[in-house]
Design a protein around this ligand. Sequence first.
Ligand code: SMO
Length: 731
Amino acid sequence: MPFGERPADAVAAEGPIGAPLRRVEDDALVRGAGRYAGDLAPERCLHAAFARSPYARARVRALDTSAAERMPGVRLVLTGPMLAHLPPLPVNPVVEGIRPFASPVLAVDRVNHVGAPVALVIADDAATARDAAEAIWLDGEPLDPCVDVAEARRGEPLLAGWPDNLAFEKRWRHGDCAAAMAGAHRSVEARIACARVAAVPIEPRALVADGSGGRLTVWIPNQSPHRARAHLAQLLGLPVESVRTIAPDVGGAFGSRASVYPEDVAVAFAALRLGQPVRWVATRNEDFIAASHGRGGELRAQAGFDAEGRLCALAADLDFPLGAWATFSAAVPAMNAGRILPGPYRVEAVDITARGYVTNTAPVGIYRGAGRPEAALVMERLMDEGARALGLDPAEIRRRNVVPASAMPHRTPTGQTLDSGDYAGLLARALERADYPALRREQARRRDAGEAIGVGINLYVEPCGSGFESARITTLPGGRFLVASGSSAQGQGHRTAFAQIAAGVIGVPVERVEVVEGDSATAPPGVGAVASRSMAIGGSAVKLAAEAMRAKLAERGSDDREGLATEEVYTAPSEAWSAGCCLVVMAIDRDTGTPALERVVWVDDAGVVVNPLCAEGQLTGGFAQGLGTALMERIHYDAGGQILTGTLVDYALPRAADMPALTLESLPSETSANALGAKGIGESGSIAAPAAILNAALDALAPYGTHQLGLPLTREVLWRALRTDEGGNQR
Ligand code: SMO
């Protein structure tokens, strides 16, 4: 079934679940009628700006705020010592023994990255606040920074009381990996250094906090407004009932809005102190230097294969930079990358270690995929290297190693349970759609003619999280229904898709269902939009609440529907693992190194697809981000820890012209991992693209002797690879 196509009469006959309905969100958003945090200006609203560290690492000698305090219109200047009594920002202990490394909300005696907030100015207008922040002078004694993982490994400890810069280490072992590796017919390796990237949501960070009347109301564009509420209450010492969080329209998140930031705490603190609303809207540059980055992993892995090409051992070292302070989900990318191995393949013997290192950069945290793209990069590089070592076709070696559909559910050697999926079927369908044998013949022909051309396959999995979400449905006058979801959206289209579920289950036209979420005062509790979980878990909660409503309605006569309400808290019994196969054909211009993605054929299994249009949007947008990661995006710090990519002039984002046409197909399988039968799709593209593109590039470069490259594959990298022999010498 292609995504996005279902005839209108089928919708009428079968109901709205599965219909490619247009998003109800878009009319207001494309007209500029959206209401983002930056659009909100409550009465008596004051404005905030931050002074930030110009040092990558320094001891604070002095902070002079006197000029700022004297400026007309400045109401308050906050510095670190005034907030030093607040507890540290919480960190999700997904990895046992993680060392806490929160920085203070505003720097006290140390600054540990360029852009770290050192003072907050509140003024009558935003321009005055910014001028005053610029008049604040930080005198620091510079210290040598550790910018990346390699430096953090050997550098002096950045944090007092720690023997080194290792914040956590987690190891997964199963079987005797060393013996299996030693006994392998062939062993191969993969080394992939991934650049740090910026999330670059369209809307930079922003916050409106109203502290009037001793209560705190915060409009916070956060992926998890309920969690933000709990964290803000805890950090500011307020009862949770006194805090209301509202996620208004949010212009993208991609993992960078899952934490409460130090800036959020400082602005909320100021609003309470002043008893007035305060608004902070970050500049794009502030987002580049102080919002959380993604990726940055240094991935090294080894695989042993037997003579038939079957994987018999897998060893991996996955080292991730964490930046100068820990976001809530700081350990998640490393933890995910480790636990997701060996991806869709069978192997008994594994020895996998994931580590996180403190570094003198902005925090590095979850970013669309959060370890899933890294796991795919490792496995898919190893499969291609294995195929090369054994003289097998890359498709054939995958066929020999996939977990068969008949073996589902499958317990992996890292202790995960793959719930469902037909990996062989996804691979076969992608090869069929691409006419793979013809593709390989064409590649041979073009190679003979002197072209650099490669085919890359990525067979990936995408776990979509666990835990609960909730939903409440109430009847409205006129036969209408209000769905309040505990989840929260930043552009995913929940209002459209959740209405389809409720309408489909209750048996009413979709226009009669309205969806609200993101406001702790009107929505039931929830986790929010992270980890590809919205539809699988949030959608399941909506489904259960709708089933309860349908049952209630059936008990009543049709005129007696006023005031009915149902509410369900849904906890997924297990994690749903979606999967897909993405095949990329890439040509590299031999004179310039310019890559061209000539074809992308991509078959994805997301289980039940509620709205194929939204699903296609997720795949397409995710692919664009994955393409950026693979080909161009890189947060660059120099050796002194100064960021060189602090604006969109310096940081390369993919544009529409960089996107290839995508041939998409949905090949759903059934899962009982949740009530709806949906699996993740929000991160599929950011998982699918990097490994498929890297494999295609290295297939193109294989005749030139290059077999290992990191990301991004810039034109310069590709151009050099075309001119370098196996010994690393320029040709
Ligand atoms: S990277 Mo996602 O917001 O779990």
